[in-house]
Design a binder for this molecule. Structure first.
Ligand code: SF4
Length: 713
């Protein structure tokens, strides 16, 4: 019997295990898609500890896009006006290396930027860090995770001393109260949500509270839906804290023994009188009180959040304000409790571990820390001082860097920012200005390829071996089960070859990706994300493993599913820190000229900018076109009918979308999904409307809200 390849779904951060079998099995009919093309067979891996055999439509259909519209060989051109010409890898590498050398001389290392992706495997991330931050001496590596969960990273670091979601999926079935804020988990993390929903249905005493301006599928399943006005999350959370204080629902022992800065926090929440909070949030006072009572009366509260909190100009403050509620009530470090950030992408977590953002280094180190830099320099065999002490350019900084002629080489890999970045017209204008852009991806065409001088074919899911970490810190080995298409190479191999051609032969001498991981995990030794016990060999032998898992804990069979179970945190004094914040509200609130708040989000069957799901018949059928959700009251005021095309304008751009009139959206708020770029629909790019105002700590843009006007066409 043919044994399936055990791997991971390459879409969302739930990280479901998959079993993959070839299209043709002995004695069985060949598995084919509707057009008759043979396709690899995919089903859930029942033995994967995070998903136990469950998959959603995206995971189930992922193999259908393996052969469609693939980029098979490198191509180059001198200017964006010319067509691409096929070239050899040698020619492409020579051109890239030549440009890197030129920029190093003319602009210094800070003229080189790379924009990577949570779709990378950890090995891709690690080699990119070694190349950029180590060998080239620039921290200008950022990933699309900056747009996704960097506020969660900075919130965890500021509250607990280091990054790292402290919870695990088992907590979904051990909680008394699930508090979901800024997350449409039912559509964006469906397998997690199904697990929570089943448990919630079976256990009548368990409460589910959902906070969202939209009545999403997630909100429909809740016992209490708080449809707050966009931008009032901190008001709500401080209002709940105020009531918890007033009613005595706080854990003074935990506060005294395990935390600091509570008095400053108590002083802030004193001002959040429930009547004022309810009015500001646009919810009923008794609903606010109910939420506070349910939180206070529960022994174990689990909060879940994703982009609705993170994509905000006060994202870090929101995350910390949520964490405050856990600290105040001692809801952390025990089963069924804790603040759980759900990552959007399959390996955003691996990126955090490998140092894949502009301010961090491998092993949960930060570039600003001299000791951390020295440890990494020594490990990489580099001269002291090789790693810059300055955080590099973030996703949006790269755009302003291009505008100001500070960037001489932009390298984009495994992401499609010409759809996903905010203020898209400005973003595209900046890309047009780039003197030299390398674009590395599995698919062609994409919206971003139009801005490249060199395109490089990347091996994708199933064509390269590597590891990925999901939201609950579970690391899974993802082996190749077929050869890369055409001349495609693994991302890490491309980075390593450039490194060798730049003269760093010793640093990039890896036989395979297992050797890359063996080296990487040594950099996690004695760090909070210690993974020295998680190599390709141990993953092959034992299956997926959660970190922390040092080589000694693996030998002793000691694993810990949760962080901070000893109630000591990673701060110098071991105490978690309260963060006291007043709400600032939206960076661009509505006004008489732009009276609606536009919020954006994802749909169940689509993934990001559709580079893969847009090529799969079933997922396209589920969501054939974008739309704008409008409340019936607003539709009546503007005389808008169902299906009518609405022109939506912000201060930066416009888009046209058919109206979907629904009571599921808060009045004066509208919603447009984020998946459509110019390749899939005309004038339907929601990010033409959004703005880049960012959280000052996480530098994550406020993609979730901007002010717009609506004009029936
Ligand atoms: Fe893949 Fe996420 Fe669906 Fe699981 S829930 S199958 S990881 S897209």
């Amino acid at each position: 019997m043919t044994e399936p390849t055990k791997t991971l779904c390459p879409y969302c951060g739930v990280g479901c295990g998959l079993d993959v079998l070839p299209p043709a099995l002995p004695g069985k009919a060949t598995n084919r898609d509707k057009q008759g093309n043979p396709i690899w067979q995919v089903r859930g891996d029942r033995n994967h500890p995070s998903s136990q055999g469950k998959v959603c439509v995206k995971g189930a259909t992922v193999s259908e896009a393996l052969d469609k519209d693939r980029l098979k060989y490198p191509m180059m051109r001198d200017s964006l006006n010319e067509p691409f010409q096929q070239v050899s890898w040698d020619e492409a590498f020579d051109r890239i290396v030549q440009q890197i050398q030129t920029v190093r001389v003319t602009q210094g290392p800070s003229g080189i930027c790379m924009y990577g992706s949570g779709q990378f495997q950890t090995e891709d991330y690690y080699i990119a860090q070694k190349l950029l931050k180590g060998c080239l001496g620039t921290n200008n590596f950022d990933a699309n995770s900056r747009l996704c969960m960097s506020s969660a990273v900075s919130g965890y670091i500021q509250s607990f001393g280091t990054d790292g979601p402290p919870c695990c999926y088992d907590d979904l079935e051990e909680t008394d109260c699930a508090f979901l804020i800024g997350t449409n988990t039912a559509e964006c993390h469906p397998i997690i949500f199904n697990r929570l929903r089943v448990y919630h249905k079976k256990n009548k005493s368990v409460k589910m509270i959902v906070v969202d301006p939209r009545c999403t599928q997630t909100a429909e399943a809740a016992d209490l839906h708080l449809a707050i006005k966009p931008g009032t999350d901190i008001d709500l959370l401080n209002g709940i804290a105020h009531l918890l204080m007033r009613w005595g629902f706080f854990d003074s022992l935990f506060i005294d023994d395990c935390t600091k800065d509570f008095p400053e926090y108590a002083e802030v929440i004193r001002h959040y009188k429930p009547e004022l909070v309810a009015r500001k949030c646009g919810i009923r006072l008794d609903d606010l009180e109910k939420a506070a009572r349910w939180w206070g009366e529960s022994n174990r509260v689990l909060s879940l959040w994703s982009m609705g909190m993170n994509q905000s100009s006060e994202g870090t403050a929101k995350v910390r304000t949520l964490i405050n509620l856990h600290l105040m009530t001692g809801n952390i470090g025990k089963p069924g409790a804790g603040p759980f950030s759900l990552t959007g992408q399959p390996n955003a977590m691996g990126g955090r571990e490998a140092g894949g953002l502009a301010h961090i280094l491998p092993g949960y180190r930060v570039v600003k820390n001299p000791q951390h830099r020295a440890e990494v320099e020594e490990f990489w065999g580099l001269e002291p001082g090789s790693i810059s002490p300055n955080p590099g350019l973030t996703a949006w900084d790269m755009i302003t860097g291009l505008e100001q002629n500070q960037v001489g080489l932009l390298w984009i890999a495994a992401t499609n920012p010409a759809v996903s970045m905010p203020d898209l017209e400005r973003t595209k204008a900046a890309y047009r200005k780039s003197p030299f852009t390398v674009y590395q991806d599995a698919y062609y065409p994409t919206e971003t390829a139009a801005f490249a001088h060199v395109v490089l074919p990347a091996a994708q899911w199933g064509e390269k071996t590597g590891t990925m970490t999901n939201s609950e810190r579970m690391v899974t080995l993802c082996p190749a089960f077929r050869s890369p298409l055409g001349e495609a190479k693994a991302d890490w191999e491309i980075f390593a070859e450039v490194g060798r051609r730049l003269g760093f032969a010793e640093q990039f001498n890896f036989a395979d990706s297992a050797a890359v991981r063996r080296e990487f995990v040594q950099l996690t030794r004695n760090r909070p994300c210690d993974m020295t016990g998680i190599t390709n060999e141990t993953l092959s032998e034992f299956g997926p493993i959660q970190w922390p898992c040092s080589d000694s804990s693996k030998d002793e069979g000691v694993y810990n599913k949760r962080l901070y179970t000893n109630l000591r945190f990673n701060t110098p004094d071991g105490r978690a820190k309260f963060g006291a914040y007043h709400s600032k509200g939206l960076a661009e609130p509505p006004d008489p000229d732009y009276p609606f708040v536009l919020t954006t989000g994802r749909l169940y069957g689509q993934w990001h900018t559709q580079t893969r799901t847009g090529r799969i018949e079933k997922t396209v059928k589920m969501h054939p076109q974008p739309f704008i959700e409008i409340h019936p009251r607003d539709a009546a005021k503007l005389d808008i009918n169902e299906g009518e095309i609405i022109e939506v304008r912000s201060r930066r751009g416009m888009g046209r979308f058919p109206a979907k009139i629904t009571k599921g959206i808060t009045p004066e708020t509208v919603f447009v999904p984020m998946h459509w770029g110019s390749l899939w629909a005309e004038l339907a790019e929601v990010n033409s409307l959004t703005h880049p105002e960012s959280c000052p700590d996480s530098l994550q843009p406020e993609l979730k809200a901007c002010a717009v006007q609506l004009i029936p066409v």
